[in-house]
Write a protein that binds this ligand. Structure first.
Ligand SMILES: [Zn+2]
Length: 317
């Protein structure tokens, strides 16, 4: 059968009497429709004026095209590159599907759903997730200011997807062998200021230490912040060492909040994160910071379109 031309399809569409729901569905579909060249144009535009990724030389000459992208030859080191060299997206194929795929990232789709929507294999969908997401999550606030809440959340370590476990398998899944927080748990530290700027850190296994707090938080806290945390002694030690003001919320002693002194914003973030993670049915420890970063991006509502996500992920570094 001959396929219909655009004019024939358009004539059919024009003759339909749309219901409000159908019209909304068509509008949503059109809003997400992208031309294959759009992705290439966005990538080239984001890289315009960038120096050579090999030697930082600003001078180059054009030398043909490859995989739809302009190739350049550096006049300093003579090596060639394109707009994606040195970025997390280098050498990924099927660029015409990327914007559809990134829409799936914005909608928190599972690997399987994203594969079906973007028309790629499940293994491609998984590989893309762990290239696009870590690329985009580098978009982090550089400084937290004024009142900063900090708290950790712990997740049982997971070797999901790993071919060789480094411990005996958990027979009933999801349960630690010992009580309390220990080396079986991954620690996710979250700091959030009252402007909603949030930073997440996977500090490794076991309870967070004052040294880890110093390494993660000290570089991102303004000198005059007021840190608010729970009563764990590590925060007190960290604040003393970093020379910053510190207030404690002692939840167990019934002192949940004293005016502005609370950690409800950071605890709210933790709870949204845990709810959001359920759809993925467990995530490997190895990828935990990809997922917390992904949630941070969605929660901050900064990268709201596939194009913005693409530009964030297509930066070098
Ligand atoms: Zn160069």
């Amino acid at each position: 059968m001959r396929s219909l031309t655009f004019d024939e399809v358009f004539a059919i569409l024009s003759a339909v009497r749309w219901s409000a729901a159908e019209l909304a569905r068509l509008r949503a579909w059109l809003a997400g429709a992208v031309h294959p060249d759009e992705c290439i144009a966005l990538i080239e535009q984001a890289a315009r004026g960038r120096p050579c990724p090999h030697c930082r030389c600003p001078r180059s000459q054009r030398c043909g095209q490859a995989s739809g992208l302009q190739r350049f030859r550096c006049l300093g080191c003579r090596r060639s590159y394109n707009a994606l060299t040195g970025t997390p997206l280098a050498r990924l194929r099927k660029k015409e599907r990327w914007l559809d795929y990134l829409q799936c990232v914005l909608e928190s789709r599972t690997v399987r759903e994203a594969a079906s929507i973007a028309g790629v294999h499940r293994t491609t969908s998984f590989r893309w997730r762990h290239r696009f997401v870590p690329g985009a999550v580098r978009d982090r606030p550089s400084l937290l200011t004024a009142i900063v809440e900090a708290d950790e959340t712990y997740r049982l370590e997971s070797q999901k997807g790993s071919r060789s476990l480094t411990r005996p398998p958990r027979l009933r899944g999801g349960v630690a062998t010992r009580r309390g927080i220990n080396r079986e748990h991954d620690c996710l530290l979250v700091a959030r200021d009252r402007g909603g700027r949030t930073l997440d850190f996977h500090t490794g296994r076991g309870p967070v230490t004052a040294t880890q707090l110093f390494a993660c938080l000290q570089p991102v806290l303004a000198a005059d912040v007021l840190l608010v945390s729970d009563a764990a002694a590590v925060y007190r030690r960290f604040a003393a060492r970093a020379g910053i003001s510190h207030e404690v919320v002692n939840a167990t002693a019934g002192g949940r909040a004293r005016g502005a002194i609370h950690i409800q914003n950071v605890n709210g973030w933790h709870s949204r994160f845990k709810t959001w993670l359920v759809r993925f049915r467990g995530v490997a420890s190895h990828y935990l910071s990809n997922y917390s970063g992904w949630q941070r991006l969605l929660d901050a509502r900064q990268l709201t379109t596939p194009a913005k996500c693409l530009c964030a992920a297509a930066r070098p570094g």
